[in-house]
Structure formats: C-alpha cells, structure tokens
Design a protein around this ligand. Structure first.
Ligand SMILES: O=c1ccn([C@H]2C[C@H](O)[C@@H](CO)O2)c(=O)[nH]1
Ligand SMILES: [Zn+2]
Length: 295
C-alpha cells in the first residue's frame, strides 16, 4: 500500500477504519471495491450508501499526483456491475497544463478500462469543474448519472450542466463507454503492439476518427493500456497515454518505472497523438523508447 493511502486510512473514524482496512490492505486491492465488499462495509458500519462513498473519498484522493497545484481531488464511480472504481487527479511537470487528468476522468477511464459500459453514480470531494461536467456529458447513460458531493444531496449530472452542449449537437449518438470493437488489425507479433491495437479498437474518436490506443510496459514487464476518449467539446478529450499512466498510478507503479511504450493510431486522420505523446514521455524520462504504428 502506498504511504499516502496508509495516512488517509489512519485518520478515518472507527469503526469505518477497520472495515476499510480489511478491503484496502489486501495484496489484491486494485483501487476498486466489489459490490459485495461494499455491501459488507455498509452492513458493518451502519453508514448509508452515499455516506460510505463520501467517507471513502480520502482514500481515492490519496492516489492524487499534484505537484503543481497540491490540490488533491478524489473521485469514485460506480459501474453498472455495482463495482466502485477510485480515481484521482494527475498533473505533469514540464508539459502543458492541458495534459492533466482530472479525478473524475481518472475514475471514469479506470472503470472503462476494466470493462464497465455504463456508470450509475460519481462521488467527488469537490464540486466538478466545467470541463469535467462536459466530459461526463459524453458518457453512456449520462442522462441518469448521479453526482454525489460531501454534505449535498445526490443530483443528476444535468442539474450541474443545464442546457448542455453534447454529442447530439454534432450529430453523434455513439456515447463513451458503450461497448465497441473497431476491428482494426496489425500483422505484428509483438505483444506491446498487439496490446496497443486492442486498445485502439476500444477507443472513442467519433469527431476526428483518429482511433488510437497505447500500451505502456513497466520494468517488471506489466503492461498498461489506454484508449483515446474524445469529447464533443474537443478540449476535455483524454489522450491515450494519460489513460494508461493513470491506471499505472492506481496500480501503485511509479511512473519512473515506464520501460517502453507503443502508440497506435489511424493513418491519415485529421489529428495525431504522436507529438504530444513524445512530449509527455520526454518530460517523464527522455530515454523511454516510443514505438509508433499508423494503421
Ligand atoms: O473538477 C475538478 C477540478 C480540478 N481538478 C484538479 C485538476 C488539477 O490537477 C487541480 C487544479 O485544478 O485539480 C479535478 O481533478 N477535478
Ligand atoms: Zn474537472
């Protein structure tokens, strides 16, 4: 367990602390909580569903990497399977601020990577910024997504984003998180390239059609993948590298452990992730090799 999570647990009230420790301190803990474990937590503590999610927020925020703002945001989303997924904001020194990942995007992309196709609710320790409200408006089931903040009643996303602009304004009815397989293939044996192609097939790029995925391998040989998540308002879009590095962070793997990376994207699309990916990796460690395949 990382020290920041240990510190967050240490200051939780009892008996919540004991119940949380049982879940979070197991070697298998992967920054998610199953529906079963969460039900047991409610039973043991007598907290309501919303109270328990709010009480868990310091654990999510303990994953934050925010060297610039030192503002630690935590988010917890629940997938339709009932599983809870933690997320936290990530900032990168040495690149533009628009490379940052907000806690809401972290938790949402975490759930997406692990196979959720719709979310029922999101719990956040601060009121979501406009960019995150817009990002959430792109999701499958956005019209029924509930937002829970500390000391507030749950409200639908649309009450935080009235008169919303969204995918339908651009004639797109394909939401983010809905199951998809773009069916792209590459005649390559390499494990990392194939992982990046698989991610590309799950990416969401209805506006640029630049389907894109990434695979990041760490020094122990573990592979983290990321899919590009495009947004109707363009700027809140989440690049594939950020999605993979976020998963790596939630797995407690230091970003200094990145060994090599492969980026796959559509050939001849009207944008490319290559330069931004290179710039981000350069900022992490200029020696990281980046493989590139346009298909
Ligand atoms: O809704 C929000 C607003 C801000 N942040 C993060 C982004 C950045 O890392 C820091 C300061 O804006 O807080 C979030 O994660 N979610
Ligand atoms: Zn935000």
């Amino acid at each position: 367990m990382r020290a920041s999570v240990q510190e967050a647990i240490a200051v939780l009230p009892t008996p919540f602390k004991e119940a949380v420790t049982k879940i979070v301190s197991t070697p298998e803990f992967d920054a998610t909580i199953s529906a079963q474990d969460f039900a047991a937590l409610l039973e043991e503590t007598g907290l309501s569903d919303a109270e328990a999610r709010v009480a868990l927020l310091p654990i999510a925020a303990a994953y934050s990497v925010a060297p610039i703002s030192k503002f630690y945001v935590g988010a917890i989303v629940r997938g339709q399977t009932g599983r809870l997924y933690l997320g936290a904001n990530m900032e990168y020194e040495g690149v533009q601020l628009n490379q940052s990942v907000h806690a809401e995007q972290s938790a949402i992309s975490h759930a997406w990577l692990k196979g959720e196709t719709q979310l029922t609710d999101i719990t956040i320790n601060y009121s979501p910024c406009g960019h995150c409200r817009q990002f959430m408006n792109e999701l499958n089931g956005a019209e029924s997504l509930e937002v829970q903040l500390p000391e507030r009643d749950a409200k639908l996303l649309h009450s935080y984003l009235p008169e919303a602009f969204g995918p339908s304004d651009l004639g797109i009815d394909q939401p983010l998180l809905a199951p998809v397989n773009h069916g792209l293939t590459a005649q390559e044996d390499d494990e990392l390239i194939q992982a990046a192609v698989d991610a590309t097939n799950r990416s969401h790029a209805p506006y640029t059609r630049n389907l894109s995925g990434i695979a990041v391998r760490d020094i122990k040989g573990n592979v983290y993948t990321g899919m590009y998540a495009e947004n109707a308002a363009f700027n809140p879009s989440l690049p594939p590298l950020q999605v993979a590095l976020n998963l790596m962070n939630l797995t407690n793997t230091p970003l200094a452990d990145v060994k090599d990376v492969v980026l796959v994207e559509t050939a001849n699309a009207n944008n490319s992730h290559l330069q931004d990916t290179q710039a981000m990796l350069e900022a992490l460690n200029p020696d990281i090799p980046l493989g590139y395949l346009a298909i």
